[in-house]
Design a protein around this ligand. Structure first.
Ligand code: PHE
Length: 343
């Protein structure tokens, strides 16, 4: 019996020593000290020993039990500490490790320029008006005094949906919609998409963006037009910028002008961007044709006005030195991401 006890003791001690987890330790405890454990079994079988040996044997069994219990407790503490340490090590957060920057998008160059133009004109007291991209022949042409035989009315030049409906070819349609609704004084801009049946190349796109301006009030003259566009050009291209008006023709303005600004690239000396002229054309404008005013129910003997229309894409192209307009519409992230810091 004593030998058996000795074996149990040394086996148990060995197993405790080797245990590498709390559940293993628990099964060792059950195996030796549990209700059906080998030590308990020895106590139970003590009945078969001679009575004089029993007290000594009982003492030995209790000693072994106490020893194993103590060792189990110690091992348990040891394993718990080890596991805690492992967890602390593996779950440690190093707050000094640089984080991967989140992928942030940015404004498209056209949107950025559009927003800038809007804020410049709003600071001059203009309101923003928006109109439909699908327009009627009346607003896009007829009411703007564009005659039946004008080339832009041709199927080859405009995208017609029905005989009477087309994708607007100019934001000028909003001049009419505004004047029909609102009595002077009027001071609005209308930024938006326009469509023309152009072949795609480095400087043409069938979809592009314009910003229309319209001012109607008593006593508006060409000086107001020149002053407004001069102030605008200085804000967009820099305070040294000069503007110049050249005679032109639009059916809905009379007189009509094209407005040039000194080339922002060379400051007016002449370079590739301005084709050595020192000037870059930025918009078309003019005094609202009295015929257009009266067509909208505004008395041209009392009121006068000016209107202008500029190309947002063209400003974006010159501002960011974009060599090919197609890049603006292809949504290539390698191109668009270059404007992150600029905008
Ligand atoms: N709508 C004209 C164009 O698309 C530009 C313009 C607008 C001219 C307003 C004069 C007045 O070319």
């Amino acid at each position: 019996m004593l030998n058996k006890l000795g074996d149990i003791k040394s086996n148990a001690q060995h197993e405790i020593q080797e245990a590498d987890g709390l559940s293993v330790l628990e099964s060792i405890r059950v195996k030796y000290l549990g209700k059906k454990g080998s030590l308990t079994e020895i106590l139970r079988s003590m009945g078969s020993c001679p009575p004089q040996e029993r007290p000594a044997l009982g003492m030995q069994v209790n000693k072994v039990r106490a020893l194993l219990e103590e060792q189990l407790t110690r091992k348990q503490e040891e394993l718990s500490a080890k596991m805690l340490e492992l967890r602390l090590k593996s779950e440690r957060i190093d707050v000094t490790v640089p984080v991967e920057a989140p992928h942030v998008g940015s404004l498209h160059p056209i949107t950025a320029v559009r927003n800038e133009l809007i804020s410049v004109f709003m600071s001059m007291g203009f309101d923003v008006a928006e109109g439909p991209e699908v327009e009627t022949d009346y607003y896009n042409f007829e009411a703007l005094n564009i005659p039946q035989d004008h080339p832009s009315r041709d199927m080859q030049d405009s995208f017609y949906i029905t005989e009477n409906l087309l994708l607007r070819t100019q934001t000028s349609a909003m001049q009419i919609r505004t004047m029909e609704k609102q009595k002077p004084p009027i001071r609005i801009i209308c930024p938006g998409r326009v469509f023309r049946a152009d072949e795609v190349d480095a400087t043409h796109s069938p979809v592009f963006h314009q910003l229309e301006g319209l001012v109607v009030d008593k006593g508006i003259t060409m000086c107001d037009l020149k002053g407004t566009l001069d102030a605008f050009a200085k804000k967009i291209y820099g305070s040294d910028t000069k503007t110049k008006l050249r005679p032109s023709f639009f059916p809905f303005t009379e007189p009509s002008v094209e407005v040039d600004v000194t080339c922002s690239e060379c400051g007016g000396k002449g370079c590739r961007m301005c084709k050595d002229t020192g000037w870059v054309e930025i918009l078309g404008a003019g005094m609202v044709n009295p015929k257009v005013l009266s067509g909208c129910g505004i008395d041209p003997n009392v009121y006068s006005g000016f209107a202008f229309g500029l190309g947002i894409d063209r400003i974006a192209v010159t501002r960011y030195k974009i060599s090919d307009m197609r890049l603006l519409f292809e949504n290539d992230l390698r191109f668009l991401e270059q404007f992150k810091s600029a905008l």
